[in-house]
Design a protein around this ligand. Sequence first.
Ligand code: RFL
Ligand code: PHB
Length: 423
Amino acid sequence: MTTTTVRTQVGIVGAGPAGLWLAHLLAVAGIDSVVLERRSRVEIAATHRAGILEQGTVDLMAALGLDARMRAEGYAHHGIELRVAGEARRVDFADLVGRAVQLYPQQEVFSDLADGAAARGLDVRFEVADVAVHDLTSQAPSITFTDADGTPARLVCDFVAGCDGSRGIAKWAIPENVRTDHFREYPFGWFGILVEAPPSAPELIYAASDHGFALISQRTATTQRMYFQCDPTDRPDNWDDARIWDQLEACTAAPGFALTRGPIVDKTVIPMRSYVCEPMQHGRLFLAGDAGHTVPPTGAKGMNLAAGDVAVLARSLERFYRDGQHDLLDAYSATALARVWKAQHFSWWMTSMLHTHPGASTFDRRRQLGELDLVTTSRAGSTYLAEAYTGWPLIPTRPGFLDPDTALGAALASQLPAEAVTA
Ligand code: RFL
Ligand code: PHB
């Protein structure tokens, strides 16, 4: 069978949030791309993952003109509750940092991005197979794949963006002798359920108890998302509904509080890992999102990190195509990793502070309670949590990083420091 050859400027592997955000941002900057995705649209839209968007991520959706449904159907949250041994301690984001987050499921973000891509005429190909990247250190890298109809194809491009998630292939193309894999595995996982019931609380509850950690999150007026700490090797079938509710009640018990129960329509066990691939670039390959790093979900950072990576990458590519300069591209990994490591620390910290650690001594447990007390009673402590949770700027805020005179600069103006906008 003959191979079809397609030519574009940026070949993107993966149509998760990272890949689709990047394709949109590049289009704003006038740069062509083709997105290659292994799964079907239907399958991605049915995968339950993130729920919380930082304010900068909300601004990114607005910059792309894709925020209407998110604002109509999502919920702005101005704080979270930390429940410490049955006592409610609210962290008030509005008061502490004047910012908020948005509860809006990742599947809906994906649907908005995919619909928006079709409306913008972006080339996104679902259900492709056999994706492989080639000649990354040459001027003309390429990606070979089999199209959805079985035709072998080659995408010839100037750059390859590896946006293929934590189980993707792109990062393995960075040779072992130049790549460091920073990895940490936690001795617990999350048991996640989806429940058909009204919300049990108006905001997220992160509960640290002697029975382990639990998170009470929401989705819609009629569907809720809840998690509790479990053994990472546990299986969904080991837990019947009664046992799940007993565990969630034990972890979240507080005077006057009762979980609103309903049919459990989905059960999953999620492993907890921290990972960073350093550097996040090699030749003309650039990694973004989970392809370059993963965090445990406790800080709600994963998808938001993808937004920061692609904002930096899109700007770096704009600089290359518009000004012929590769300084920002050369610095991409270092720029992206500065934000990634802050989020790695925050995610590790929230995870360590809130979970019951197998084998913890009485010293460890009492120290943990002391830390939770400090974080929820000291304004300095809770301000750090509020600042990190609502998120740092997506791009470096130094004047000049983003050019306010370009279409991309104008679109991302909410991310610019005031000096840069008025300069
Ligand atoms: P994705 O979403 O995994 O997308 C990668 C895409 O690449 C495709 N792919 C390939 N395509 C072609 N060829 C190949 N060889 C390919 N290999 C893979 C895949 O099919 C897929 O469609 O990565 P991306 O775009 O970097 O986005 C990252 C986010 O999905 C992830 O960080 C978040 O889900 C993490 N996360 C959370 N993030 C937040 O910001 N806020 C949250 O509240 C939050 N909660 C969560 C979470 C993740 C969770 N789980 C299940 C891990 C809660 C949970 C429970
Ligand atoms: C979710 O709603 O799925 C969610 C929210 C906050 C987290 C993790 C997951 O920290």
